[in-house]
Write a protein that binds this ligand. Structure first.
Ligand code: PHE
Length: 502
């Protein structure tokens, strides 16, 4: 397609980033999330420890950075959020943009609920309310209903609902004037969690038993590199951690000034994110080593996932020799400030997409979309909430998101042509990207993601029981259903008439 087919887009400058640092911090804030502190360490240790770092770095350079370049380049070139950005390549591709936005919308519905748990635990920290039995306390907190019939939702848990409302108000205010407000917010919400993380690293490594925890985390098992599952985990983690596929980086880059050095920004963002994940692992595993030292339990009994933040870490905090309350407060403040940037980057992307198409006011889009997302999130605040969250998360991020990733690479590789985007990016960048990038987008990214998706689907379908052992009807509604509903809703949004700017 010719350059002239790409319409020149409007972008209201008053909503741009206030400085390059603000943009980089915003993108880093989206990338660095709770995934760095609890997902990365566990994925790393389960997949060969120190050897996994090698797989991770290869994944970063062969998929993470190239895709980040793609998304940022596209946003910067088209000055648009995902739907209009893809639509300007070829009209029907607008659908792909909406699909990306919808995956993000679904994610933020339950992400805000996890933030609400953190907010509750932040309050509990003041008097270490979980007491001597953090596991029992967490179960009481969620008050889970019968897992064999998750259609009966039970009642709403008031504390979680209140937290959810508060979190949404915080998210809405953080993007009140778009990139302009975000530019101010990120100085606190990106830098503060970093400072707290450093405190936890220092605290962690100076505790007895810390070195055993670190040895467990990092001792390389190179034989693992022969297992395909390790490589899939590495690509999956890179994809998730850099917030790729949701169109966030497209929307964020669309607010950059014309002369921005994209390549440079991309490398800073990708390397800062990886470094934070690595350091997050040091904080977590030194604490776990200490916990085992104190209680005599063995490290492989410790679980990742939600249990790590809400059960294991409170247990670690209980053992701290001084000011455990303070460390509890800091820990949950760190999680909250890590998560907030990811949450508002998701909302901002949906808002940008809607504003590009219908030109409604930012305030209306912001409040309206946040309100709908909050209502959708209420199901996750019920006694069956955790089960639904588990199902929806698995299918949304492992399946629909990867499909978006595959399609976005194909759209650029075979419809737009990677050379056009590369030349655009190189125009303003000191370090130029070479033709290697074209081939990564044409071949490596689609092939790797298709294998990963095929593998994940194969495992899910061939398990004896439906996903997670839930009722198959529930897995159909909350899981496979997403694979049908999201593309259909994306199609509806695509064919709806847009409103010209008045
Ligand atoms: N990158 C975030 C993390 O590492 C996860 C995330 C992805 C959050 C996309 C928001 C959007 O935790």
């Amino acid at each position: 397609m010719s350059e002239s087919n790409m319409p020149v887009m409007d972008r209201d400058d008053s909503h741009g980033w206030s400085s390059r640092t603000a943009f980089v911090l915003g993108a880093i804030g989206s990338a660095i999330g709770i995934g760095n502190v609890w997902r990365f360490p566990f994925v790393c240790y389960e997949n060969g420890g120190g050897a996994f770092l090698l797989a991770y770095l290869i994944a970063l350079f062969t998929a993470g950075i190239p895709l980040l370049l793609l998304e940022m380049g596209l946003g910067h070139k088209t000055l648009s959020g995902p739907p209009r950005a893809y639509g300007s390549i070829k009209k029907p591709l607008e659908w792909l943009g909406w699909l990306a936005v919808l995956v993000g919308f679904v994610l933020v519905c339950y992400y805000a609920v996890i933030m609400s748990w953190c907010a509750n635990y932040f309050v509990f920290s003041f008097d270490l309310k979980w007491g001597d039995d953090p596991a029992g306390f967490f179960n009481k907190f969620l008050n889970k209903s019968d897992p064999t019939n998750i259609f009966s939702l039970g009642s709403i848990i008031p504390g979680i609902l209140i937290g959810l409302v508060v979190m949404w108000i915080w998210v809405v205010l953080s993007i009140w004037k778009g990139a302009k407000t975000v530019s101010k917010v990120v100085y606190v919400t990106v830098i503060l969690p970093w400072l707290i993380l450093i405190i936890f690293v220092i605290r962690g490594v100076t505790l007895p038993g810390a070195m055993d925890g670190l040895a467990f985390y990092l001792t390389p098992d190179f034989s693992k590199l022969l297992e395909p599952k390790v490589w899939i985990a590495a690509y999956g983690q890179v994809f998730f951690s850099l917030s790729l596929g949701f169109g966030i980086m497209i929307a964020y880059a669309s607010f950059l000034p014309k002369k921005s050095d994209i390549v440079n920004n991309v490398f800073i963002i990708a390397l800062a994110d990886s470094a934070t994940a690595f350091v997050g692992g040091i904080a977590v595993f030194s604490g776990i080593g200490f916990l085992c030292h104190q209680t005599g339990s063995s490290i492989d009994q410790i679980s990742g996932g939600p249990g790590l933040a809400f059960v294991t870490y409170p247990a670690i905090i209980n053992q701290f020799p001084f000011a455990p309350q303070l460390f509890g407060i800091l820990f949950f403040l760190m999680l909250l400030t890590l998560a907030i940037d990811s949450a508002f980057s998701l909302l901002e992307t949906v808002v940008t997409g809607v504003m590009d198409k219908w030109h409604i006011s930012r305030a209306t889009a912001n409040i309206g979309i946040a309100f709908i997302a909050m209502l959708c999130g209420i199901v996750f605040t019920t006694q069956a909430g955790l089960y639904w969250l588990d199902i929806v998360d698995n299918f949304n991020t492992n399946f629909v998101l990867i499909i978006v990733g595959i399609l976005e690479a194909i759209a650029i590789a075979y419809v737009l042509g990677p050379k056009k985007l590369r030349e655009h990016v190189n125009l303003t960048s000191d370090f130029k990207i070479g033709v290697w990038w074209d081939w990564i987008i044409r071949i490596v990214v689609p092939v790797v993601l298709i294998i990963g998706l095929g593998w994940a689907m194969y495992i899910t379908i061939n398990e004896d029981k439906p996903y997670g052992g839930y009722q198959s009807s529930a897995v159909f509604v909350g899981g496979w259903g997403l694979l049908i509903i999201l593309p259909v809703v994306a199609l509806i949004l695509t064919v709806l008439k847009s409103k010209k700017q008045s």
